[in-house]
Design a protein around this ligand. Structure first.
Ligand SMILES: Cc1cc2nc3c(=O)[nH]c(=O)nc-3n(C[C@H](O)[C@H](O)[C@H](O)COP(=O)(O)OP(=O)(O)OC[C@H]3O[C@@H](n4cnc5c(N)ncnc54)[C@H](O)[C@@H]3O)c2cc1C
Length: 449
């Protein structure tokens, strides 16, 4: 076999040049694979970028480790804004700052989705093994040959050459997944959350300063709903309102500017005063839907689903992309590991599934934590106790949030398992009262791996 024929045989097609598709392409090219990326949008380097699922997002240890593996962390670093904890806002705009961790490195980072994606695209543009085709919308796939049908921006239909493997990183609404589902080759269900979201832009102050502390995730918890805000490098914030879609106090009840403004004036007055064009924004910004996607199998003949295409989750743990990036690292390792591609894909879906199920569940649980549990009288004490136990039993007791966000070496499923045991321990300690807690903690930890 000539070297060219060998390369063609090992060629991979990736549908979707979003962050997961791009990172995977960079990782695969590092192990010598030729990659062809098909993206429905126009090239963001030559025109205005289209909006993705959110304006900015939080990156934590898993995402950073993946960027490092692909050799692009240093390029992304200037785009990151450090976040040290949650700043709560009550109706008077006051509240505590709850640190995320207790070590200086236990922080997360806000990043613009578009800037992150562009950094990855720019990095890939200088890699000869990666070929990117923008304006190519995948409309169908033949799983037996991994050949793909696309429609171009002009409306023309093009058939891409068969590949060794086709990887679908085309997001939560994956066209590839739909095509396989229509042929009865996989089952996919979306479990919608009854709550939707709307993003609002909080500009920098007239003097160029930040409207709020830039190194915090701001949360206005109101039990049945909440507003959050993450900083952007240009000193603005992106605020996101999470609210039931219908019913009293839901999006349905905020259909007029007057109703939306009155709601904000009552619930989030310190946010409202920082959004000068609130009425226009509220009326024109889209209302997004949230759902958890369960799909199986991910691997069908020569096609593999990855990232949101395989397991989209709700955003309350800030882990959807971190998890998708973790997918990329594992898949690239397996594909480079000596097994044939089909075996590597089968290993991938089996190794990954319990972990993606675990983060899907934890993401839903964290919504309750952020909007309601944080208001409970014992919340701060519980968090404090968890941090105390971590100090006392380092490496053995690690708060669940910390395991998910700061400990990339602990798989999600393990974080969830240990988190449940630790929760029971915290319940027992709090029930015993703080006086008895110290001795009881030592006894409980003796029986805990
Ligand atoms: C409100 C909100 C906030 C979030 N916050 C966070 C956060 O803080 N931290 C975090 O880690 N995650 C967060 N997420 C989740 C995160 O956005 C996703 O997990 C992540 O974007 C998934 O990346 P992806 O590349 O798999 O899919 P996407 O980002 O959806 O990219 C898919 C790509 O495929 C392209 N595409 C789609 N269809 C086709 C087609 N037919 N043909 C060719 N190309 C196609 C799209 O144009 C896009 O470029 C949030 C999500 C939401 C909704």
């Amino acid at each position: 076999m000539t070297p060219e024929a060998g390369e063609a045989e090992r060629a991979l097609t990736i549908a979707g040049a979003g962050p997961v598709g791009m990172l995977l392409a960079l990782l695969l090219a590092r192990s010598g694979r030729r990659v062809s990326l098909l993206e429905r949008r126009a090239d963001p380097r030559v025109g205005p970028a289209e909006r993705g699922r959110s304006i900015n997002l939080a990156l934590a240890a898993r995402g950073l480790a993946a960027l490092e593996s692909a050799g692009v962390l240093e390029r992304v670093r200037p785009e990151l804004v450090v976040i040290r904890g949650r700043q709560l806002h009550d109706r008077d705009g006051r509240g505590p700052l709850l640190p995320y961790g207790q070590r200086p490195e236990e922080v997360i980072y806000a990043v613009s989705r578009v800037r992150l994606n562009n950094v990855l695209i720019e990095a890939a543009a200088s890699v000869p093994l990666i070929k990117m085709k923008f304006g190519h919308r995948v409309t169908d796939v033949d799983p037996a040959t991994a050949s793909v049908r696309c429609s171009e921006a002009s409306g023309a239909t093009v058939d891409e050459a068969p590949a060794q493997l086709m990887i679908a990183a085309d997001g939560a609404g994956s066209a590839v997944r739909h095509a396989l589902q229509e042929r009865g080759l996989l089952r996919a269900t979306e479990e919608p959350l009854a709550h939707g979201y709307k993003e609002l832009h909080v500009p920098a102050l007239p003097d160029g300063g930040w409207a709020y502390d830039p190194h915090a995730l701001h949360v206005w918890p109101r039990s049945e709903y909440m507003l959050i805000a993450l900083p952007n490098p240009d000193r603005s914030f992106t605020a996101t309102l999470f609210l039931p879609e219908s019913g009293p106090g839901g999006f349905d009840s905020l259909r007029t500017a007057a109703a939306a403004r009155a709601f904000f004036a009552r619930e989030f007055p310190d946010a409202l005063k920082c959004i000068p064009d609130f009425n226009t924004q509220f009326a024109t910004h889209p209302q997004g839907k949230l759902a958890t996607l369960y799909c199986w199998p991910w691997h069908v003949q020569r096609v593999l689903l990855i990232g949101d295409a395989a397991h989209a989750i709700v955003p309350f743990h800030g882990q959807g992309l971190n998890c998708g990036f973790e997918d990329c690292v594992l898949l690239a390792e397996l594909l480079a590991g000596g097994a044939d591609d089909q075996t590597a894909c089968t290993q991938f879906e089996h190794l990954r599934r319990t972990n993606t199920d675990a983060i899907a569940a934890m993401a839903i649980e964290n919504y309750e934590d952020m909007r309601a549990a944080v208001l409970a009288p014992d919340f701060a004490m519980r968090k404090q106790l968890a941090l105390d136990l971590e100090r006392r039993f380092p490496g053995r007791f690690i708060p669940r949030y910390s395991m998910v966000m700061f400990h990339a070496e602990i798989p999600y499923a393990e974080a969830r398992r240990r988190g449940a045991l630790q929760d029971a321990m915290l319940d027992a300690l709090l029930a015993a009262g703080m006086g008895a807690a110290s001795e009881l903690a030592a006894r409980l930890m003796d029986g805990y791996a």
